[in-house]
Design a protein. Sequence first.
Length: 155
Amino acid sequence: MFARRLDECCAIDVKEAQSGDMLLAGRALISPGNRHMRVKRMPLGNVVVLSDDPRVNGHRPSVDILFRSVAQEFGSTAIALLMTGMGDDGADAMGAVKAAGGLTIAQSEDSCVVFGMPKAAIDKGHATRVVPLDALANTLQVQCGAAERARAVKV
């Protein structure tokens, strides 16, 4: 229901992820309840892999699981973003994305309903940028556009 609601009000497509879903520009995939989500680079395209592995820090799905796979599979081209939320899930693995050379972004305190997750990443030094909610979409578009232009120059 959450993915369906977001799909109705967002400019991009939003859907609940299924194992094997392709990672596509212009589409957001939401992890199903009680399933971990990872990403995997494959010869024919990048895909989502869901699992029922044990909870991580009490969470399933866990952002730490997702971000670690993003860091491993995409390295310096990865982007990790932590938005409003309770606790510290994702903060440690955001450090893995940063260590791999990826961009790490935390939502600013003044624009969060609950500042727990972004604050944890900021406090640990894992957020390279802190951005208010109303600037997040533009920040991502600019970053992704710059990455796309850089790839085009290499071709």
